[in-house]
Ligand binder design. Structure first.
Ligand SMILES: [Zn+2]
Length: 88
């Protein structure tokens, strides 16, 4: 189970699975879309494991992810890029 919290309205959600997708230029979890329209954030930023719960969107190409990670690292957001590595 992965816990998500909405930064906008404080709504919480437990997800059994997470589909990673690039939405509006950001890596998001598809199932974590809140009723208010925001994407919720993972509560435990440093969680590891649960490889079976995480799958990537079939429409999201490996190259697309790599390009996005390069973009993050260039902008000093390497830890976010590393987070993606853990999820893939
Ligand atoms: Zn919300």
């Amino acid at each position: 189970m992965i816990k998500y919290t909405c930064n906008k309205c404080g709504e919480k959600k437990d997800l059994m699975r997470a589909t990673i997708a690039v939405i509006e230029g950001k890596v998001r979890t598809k199932e974590a879309l809140c009723e208010c329209g925001e994407y919720m954030q993972e509560e435990t930023k440093d969680f590891e494991g649960f490889p079976n719960l995480i799958r990537t969107d079939p429409s999201l190409s490996k190259n697309g992810v790599r390009n996005y990670q390069r973009h993050l690292r260039k902008n000093g957001r390497g830890s976010e890029a590393d987070d993606i590595d853990k999820k893939l």
